[in-house]
Ligand binder design. Sequence first.
Ligand code: PLP
Length: 410
Amino acid sequence: MNVTHQHPFDLPFPVADNRLRVGGVSLDRLAERVGQTPFYVYDRRLISERVAQLRAALPAEIHLHYAIKANPMPAVVQHLAGLVDGFDVASGGELKTVLDTPMPQEHISFAGPGKSERELKQAAAAGIVVNLESEREMELLAKLGAELGLRPKVAVRVNPDFELKSSGMKMGGGPKQFGVDAERVPAMLARMKSLDLAFHGFHIFSGSQNLRAESIMEAQENTFELARRLAAVAPAPVRLLNLGGGFGIPYFPGERPLELDRVGEYLAGLMPDARRDFPEAEFVIELGRYLVGEAGLYVCRVIDRKISRGQLFLVADGGLHHHLSASGNFGQVIRKNYPVRVGNRVVAETPETASVVGPLCTPLDILADKMELGHAQVGDLIVVFQSGAYGLTASPRAFLGHPEAVEILA
Ligand SMILES: *Cc1c(COP(=O)(O)O)cnc(C)c1O
């Protein structure tokens, strides 16, 4: 059922009796179960299905990691622990979350610039792989390993000498705070030979939120090439080659889903050479939003209907303090609407153009700007789709002191 003319891609939640259904129940029933609005709901079935799609599309020897910063809710991470091959964390806090799951330590890696001494020590003690982002981290980790009487596992995060083209967020190429510039890595590896560190391999992450198969394919090919050059001067054979990820999801009008099958087929074509050149390596793709983003909804309730000089405002009990991304203030240059519906009037019988705003005293608090929606009344449920990644934990929750949102896995 195509209920919108503004978002051409299909939204993966069924509708019955003009109400959205999540986890097998209607959204209004679910709201009663949760006991409050606003809330986030993540659909475990959709997360599992997404992993299955990836397994079907990607070569069998590609291991799938989840970058938990996209959605670190413990129940989500627990669910994924049984589905993916590893986790990537970016802080000591995230490390704690994944160590509470059954995921074996050797399948956990830790990336992120500015790891503190305490975090490095925790990582070494946990026996996970540290993706080194600087020479300082390398020297410090070797010292901490000696103090702990163990040999920390390390990979070098490389700031590549190429870019992931048409990426929503570039995280490699040019000057970056992430990783070590590719041209400096040989000297770093030479120094590593005299340190008591267990070299595992390379982490080459070039960007994020990419919807163009060609760009991802090109980046993967460049990644293998760069890894070949660096492996030639490495202190030990490459056991871990993290190819990054960057698979995007469609958020805005005009965006199309990534053609995953094309990425998978192209990667399959690269694998024979990769296996020959890295016979001991585990190949990893690490994904965040692609695994969880489309499985999540943010739900809030209309608490007022106001008309200001001809424009209709639906004032909701939720807003940017829970969902900064949907407000457009998390890296968007020009604000665009996430897909939004009235969850208990999905098909707009009497459509009206409305702006959904939150309760905060700032004009930035917008969830939908002049969208065509079902005729909403006070008490109706507003749903923001594509909200399973970079939602609650990427938002300024304390701003204005409104109640917290609840998160559930349905
Ligand atoms: C943030 C991040 C990811 C996840 O990015 P998505 O766009 O959510 O897939 C993966 N790897 C690293 C190193 C990251 O920093």
